[in-house]
Design a protein. Structure first.
Length: 351
């Protein structure tokens, strides 16, 4: 285990730090020299991820098993780790379909946790707040690629609605004069894994998202990938998304934290689109996977999935120019990393 250098490292608290995007971000924060404290209730992740982060970086982050809906327990954590410079708030429930079945679970988890954190960071004088938002706030945009100032459309699910409400809560809190600085990062579709294949996406049960379903099909765990619709108004009829490499995405969080810590913000609350700027169809992604890995995939065209947006991809210019961050990894390397992660899960006897 590496020892801390003499210079005091800036402390960053990461909620949801054992999750998919959270764990990749903890790795990049530690690589950039920050001290990280993870708070996670492990509702959709495992404590082993902390070991994997240590294997990759040589540094073990502090880990507190805690639910962000528990105000008193969170308060204790803030007291124990004084001088936190910024928070990155990932912890949230995120399955679109489940949110339709259990809206109250989603509204409680995703809204109460944010309110608790916004109260507590003011008590403990933490100024910087990075929020995990989503392109879901745009719904189906009228204009593509979509930029940050596009109007928000009606949310397609309670999950999507919680992201919109979370952004409103943040805006209202900043406008009330609260002494905090906020960066909202709107993710497009994060995919892939760390090149070490030690961390990655590991959904509980049957995957809902395209890439874990695709790699599990390629591995023979699922017999067939269903392509949800080929009659959309797109060149090949399947839906289009902006698939972004998760390590690139993680690095954007480090850039956002630098911006907060160095007080480089233009406004007390800012939003950035995190995407590549390229739209790829579901069929296009399948073919790119086959080409990158040499694995033939079983798939069939199925009915449309309720609630799907037809097409969306980012205009990332503001993030490129103002945040100084750009997605760099090719879709082929990203798909290969997702496949390597799936193979590693098999080697470890997990999937
Ligand atoms: N798809 C299939 N077959 C599958 C799974 C997905 O064809 O088995 C298609 C979907 O119809 C969609 C595309 O693959 O066209 C991507 O679907 P995902 O479920 O991977 O991702 P979404 O774009 O629906 O949603 C994701 C996250 C949400 C988030 C949203 C926008 O899952 O949490 O991006 O940020 F809100």
């Amino acid at each position: 285990m590496k020892t801390n250098s003499n210079k005091m490292k800036d402390r960053i608290l990461v909620t949801g730090g054992t999750g998919y995007i959270g764990s990749h971000t903890v790795v990049e924060l530690q690589n950039a020299g920050y001290e990280v404290i993870i708070v996670d209730n492990l509702s959709n992740s495992s404590a082993d991820v902390v070991d994997s982060i240590e294997k990759i970086t040589g540094i073990r982050p502090a880990f507190e098993k805690n639910d962000c809906c528990d105000y008193n327990a969170l308060d204790e954590i803030f007291k124990r780790y004084s001088g936190i410079k910024a928070i990155i708030h990932f912890a949230a429930s995120k399955a679109v379909g489940e949110s339709v079945q259990k809206p109250l679970l989603y509204y409680r988890n995703n809204i109460l946790s944010l309110i608790n954190l916004l109260d507590l960071i003011q008590v403990h004088k933490v100024e910087g707040f990075v929020f995990s938002s989503s392109c879901t706030v745009y719904g189906q945009p009228d204009k593509l690629p979509v930029a940050e100032d596009a109007p928000f459309k009606k949310a397609e699910s309670p999950y999507g609605n919680t992201k919109k409400i979370n952004e409103d809560i943040l805006r209202d809190t900043v406008h009330s004069g609260a002494p905090i600085n906020v960066i909202m990062l709107r993710y497009f579709n994060p995919i892939g894994s760390h090149p070490s294949a030690l961390i990655g996406e590991l959904p509980n049960g049957v995957p809902q998202n395209l890439i874990p379903y695709l790699t599990q099909t390629a591995m023979g765990i699922r017999p067939m990938l269903k392509v949800f619709g080929d009659d959309y108004n797109t060149p090949d009829g399947s839906c289009i998304r902006d698939y972004i490499n998760v390590v690139d995405l993680a690095k954007a969080h480090v850039t956002a934290v630098h911006r907060l810590v160095d007080k480089k913000q233009k406004n007390k609350i800012e939003a950035f689109n995190l995407g590549t700027g390229n739209g790829v169809s579901v069929l296009g992604l399948i073919h790119a996977f086959e080409k990158a890995t040499g694995v033939k995939l079983n798939y069939e065209i199925a009915d449309r999935r309720a609630g799907d947006i037809e097409q969306i991809w980012a205009n990332p210019e503001y993030a490129n120019n103002e945040l100084g961050w750009k997605a760099e990894t090719s879709i082929e390397d990203t798909l290969l990393s997702a496949w390597n992660w799936q193979k590693k899960l098999r080697e470890r006897g997990i999937m």
